[in-house]
Design a binder for this molecule. Sequence first.
Ligand code: ATP
Ligand code: MN
Length: 427
Amino acid sequence: MSLIKISEILNGRLENQEISIRGWIYRKRQGKNLIFLLVRDSSGFIQCTVKKNSAGWNEAEKLTIESSLSLKGLAKPDKRAPGGFEISVDAISIIGLAEIFPITKDQSTDFLRNVRHLWLRSRKMNLIMKIRSKVLDFTRTFFKNNTFVEVSPPMFISAAVEGGSTLFDLKYFDQTLYLTQSSQLYLEILIYSLEKVYCIAPSFRAEKSRTIRHLTEYWHIEGEWPYAKMSNLMDFQESLLSYICEQTLLNCKTELEELEIDIHKLKLVKSPFPRITYTESIDILKKKGSEIKWGADLGYEEEKIIAQEFGRPLFIYDYPTAIKAFYCKTYKDKPELAMSVDMLVPRIGEISTGGAREDDKQLLIDRMNALGLNIENYSWYLDLRRYGTVPHVGFGLGLERLLTWMLDLDNVIDSIPFPRTTRRFYP
Ligand code: ATP
Ligand code: MN
């Protein structure tokens, strides 16, 4: 008798065969002569029936919600059972008898987030985590197919990437170090050796704002690409997103169905995406009644209005230099404009930022001075412009924002197993 996964029964392959499974009790209902157990494993749920006076009866009576067990029985089709199959149980062995499980029906989102270590067993979280894993696979495949090399940047860093306001500092022996806000500068180092590089790594932001799209620790998909132009960068990102959506539709059908995801939205993700300039976005906003002025950064509210207007992913490019980081390359004939591009999606707004990096040493130093940065802290970064500088572009895409959009989640919190926010860091 073989140990199998529940999904193998649900797929109809093991009809009328003696099988055994290992799992946990999801639900239990006891009648006079019959006990119904709904058992789950990583792959799904199945109804198991235990008859009075059968070998499994005594153990079945003892079982509590979330107890772990193994059982043997006959897999057979049953129209009344959820999923269309059930196991008629011959024997049960209890592995770990559970105490009274704190999660019951109809509990608040807040409570479920407080018992995340237990809530991760729910079907919803199980499905989200499976899709998350697949999306990481698709991302890696796409980079690999485009001959990018995966690299491993550090999380402890000595100088800020994205500016001081969201920087976490920490005691590092007798010095102060920081947690990285982005791996970009380290990817830039590696292009001089490996050329096209990418990483999928955590980034840390001391974000005090409580929004549906901010975590203090999130997973950042970042790529850096020598000799490419802004148009290549947009082409690449739209192909990446299209590939992820297409592969998810193909490979995660049952998960998407069970989560009741709006797959129409995913089917719409196809090249080319609309591309508008920052200036055009300001015009759109003004027409929609916004009081925003040219030069102001687009916030969540503004981004939502624009993304809503297009109803699908789009790019906004050529932002004012004044609102962009020190490393952004500017146009020679229009230094007030930076070669920076954001990708936006409906409901969430920005999911990625990318652009061309300043490759001229003196222009970079001028810009750092203008922003009051301490040049000494970045001497290794300037070395990259001293020794064989090359034009290059790169981008960073937030995995949790992407998943939150794809899976119609209310908050980025639900797209990561152990969310960290100002208030949440347990467990
Ligand atoms: P925002 O303005 O929304 O705070 P940002 O422009 O500061 O974001 P970037 O520095 O451009 O963020 O980071 C690149 C990408 O990383 C963002 O487009 C987003 O997808 C993701 N990201 C940034 N900050 C967070 C965060 N606190 N939580 C989750 N994802 C984030
Ligand atoms: Mn950004």
